[in-house]
Structure formats: C-alpha cells, structure tokens
Design a protein around this ligand. Structure first.
Ligand code: MLT
Length: 329
C-alpha cells in the first residue's frame, strides 16, 4: 500500500470516528441539566417569562433547565458571561432587545458582539410594557404626568432595570419624544424597581405586562399607559401612548435564546425543536397570552429568524440611539 493510500486510509478512519462522535453526541444530548443565564434579578419579567418557558422546554428535552440570574449593567454582564462560556450545548443566554439589540449603539466598549459571538436558537413571544406610578403621585393620567415633569424638570424619578434595559430605553424614548427631563433610577432588575414604586420611593416605571399585571389589578400601583399600538384586552381602561401623548409610538420587549458561537448544531436544533413543539401546546401559550404577551407568526420563532432579527435590531437601534442621543458612554 503506497504512503498516500495509508495516509488517505487514516484520514477516512478519523472522519468516520468524528462523524461517529457527532452522531453519538446528537443522539445522547442532553445528558445533564442545562443552564439558562438571565441577566436580571429574580422576580422580574425576564426571569418570570424565562422560568415559564424553561419549565416547558425542559419537559420536551428530558433534562432540567436551571435559571442562573447574573444581573448588572442593563443585562450586559450576563451576556458577556455567556459569550465567553464553553460552547458545549449546556449554557444559553436569555437575550433581549436591550443587551442584544441596543447595547452596541449605547456602549463603545461592550465586550461582546450580539451577532458574531452567539448562535441564535429560538425567539420568545414579545412583551408590551405598562407605565405605572405610585398611588400617591399627583398625576392622574399621561397628560398630567407630562405636565408635572415640565413644571418640575428632573423631579420625576423613574425606576428601571439598569441603563440599556428595556424599562430604561422605553422611558428614555418617551421622555425624549415628550420633551421632558426625568431622573432615571437604575436597579438590578425590574423586580426590585417595582418594590420601590409600590413603596413610594420612586415615582414610576415601565414594566412588562407579565409582572406588572398583578400589582395593577390589586391596586398597589396605578397604570397610566401601555406601549402597544392598540389597547390590550387585559388592560381595557388603560390608554395607549399612541392614543394619548405620543401618536405613532409603539414598543415591546423582544426576547430570544442564544448559545455561545460554535455550540454543536445538534444541540441548537434539539433545543429549538423542543421549543417549537412546546409552542403548539395551547395550555402553555394560553398562560402567556393571559399576561398580554404577544404571540408571533410561527416562522418568527426559529433560530434563523432570530439571527436575522438580531442583526436588524442592532442596525435599527444605531439609528434610534443617534436620533435620541441614548449613548451611555
Ligand atoms: C428590562 O429590560 O427592563 C427587563 O426586562 C427587566 C427585568 O426583567 O428585570
């Protein structure tokens, strides 16, 4: 046998071995619990939605999904952690509009690239936000709140989940569009911020509907407006910003699951397909719809669609940030 034939035989054997390893991985995955990093404090909207979806996807995969809360800097701390994690199929990021869309436009030195450093796995449904104020605040509606802020520049204290979070970005866009100056009060998540709105330490905040709803219906805070284009059936008496002070305004928080770039495709596909099966379960999606979470057309839930969406959002926020002077450093 010639030297070349011996070499070719060894290569073929190695390729077969590699293919075999990939196949074995694909068949066995997942063989242990999986970590989902949530870059905000426990108890907030991202944490609550991630836990609801993780529980259902875990049932499909046959392995538990552990939520690892890694809050800080509007979510960029958790995102950087996953960007550097081992790409073995066992660490994922619960990504969202702020740190996976807007952050490149807000920070010169971000420490990760939402498009290059991650593999997109699947997209969650979107969550609109509600502007809530403490019960004792004098403003009875949006016009009253804008008037108060105009007469008291920097004296309206608005809580948020950290600079660059969606509760911060939406508040900044609304303040910009309304031509008012407010004081932003950052927290490690919307959960701790809401505690201080209920307690009256801060005047108000934008929070996603899934965690805002129980506190509004129980009367602990007052809702002044929602960010959806049309009213939400769950908040019939709450006007939209679009129909009140900001015609045309519409916003919601988008979310998606991402893995460190280079994660085995077999793992990405299995996790995506487990989610797509779960999204056919009306009991599971019904719970989210009750919280005014907005279902998307099914083709938008895939990893490929999320990858395109992330690229488009990074570009869109560059334009928005430039126009609204949102940069943070
Ligand atoms: C945000 O961006 O405001 C987050 O969704 C807050 C959170 O989940 O705590």
């Amino acid at each position: 046998m010639t030297k070349f034939m011996k070499y070719a035989k060894r290569i073929a054997a190695a390729a077969t071995l590699l293919a075999g390893t990939h196949l074995a991985f694909a068949q066995a995955y997942p063989t242990k619990p999986i970590n989902w990093v949530v870059p905000f404090a426990a108890g907030g909207p991202t944490d609550a939605l991630a836990r609801h979806i993780a529980e259902r996807v875990a049932r499909e995969l046959g392995q538990p999904i552990i939520i690892d809360n890694a809050p800080g800097a509007g979510g960029t701390v958790g995102a950087a952690k996953v960007a550097k994690a081992t790409a073995d199929g066992y660490t994922f990021l619960v990504g969202h509009m702020g740190y996976m869309g807007a952050a490149p436009a807000l920070y010169r030195k971000l420490g990760y690239d939402p498009v290059k450093d991650f593999d997109a796995v699947f997209r969650f449904p979107d969550t609109p936000l509600v502007l809530m104020v403490r019960n004792a605040h004098p403003a009875k509606d949006m016009a009253g709140l804008i008037d108060f802020a105009r007469k008291n520049p920097d004296r309206l204290f608005i809580g948020n989940a950290g600079m660059g979070s969606s509760s911060h970005l939406i508040a900044a866009l609304v303040a910009n569009a309304a031509g008012i100056r407010v004081t932003m009060v950052p927290y490690k998540g919307a959960g701790p911020a809401l505690v201080d709105v209920i307690g009256g330490q801060v005047d108000g905040m934008f929070d996603q509907t899934n965690t805002a709803m129980p506190h509004i219906t129980s009367g602990k805070v007052r809702a002044l407006a929602v960010t959806s284009k049309v009213r939400l059936p769950q908040f019939k008496n709450v006007p939209t910003l679009n129909e009140t002070v900001l015609p045309g305004f519409e916003a919601s928080t988008w979310y998606g699951i991402y893995a460190p770039r280079g994660t085995p495709k077999a793992a990405l596909d299995k996790v995506q397909n487990a989610y797509l099966r779960a999204m056919k379960d009306t009991g599971f999606t019904g719970k989210m719809a009750e919280q005014a979470i907005q279902m998307l057309p099914p083709e938008q839930y895939t990893g490929a669609a999320l990858a395109r969406h992330t690229e488009n959002e990074v570009a869109r926020w560059r334009a928005v940030a430039a126009k609204s002077n949102l940069a943070l450093d």
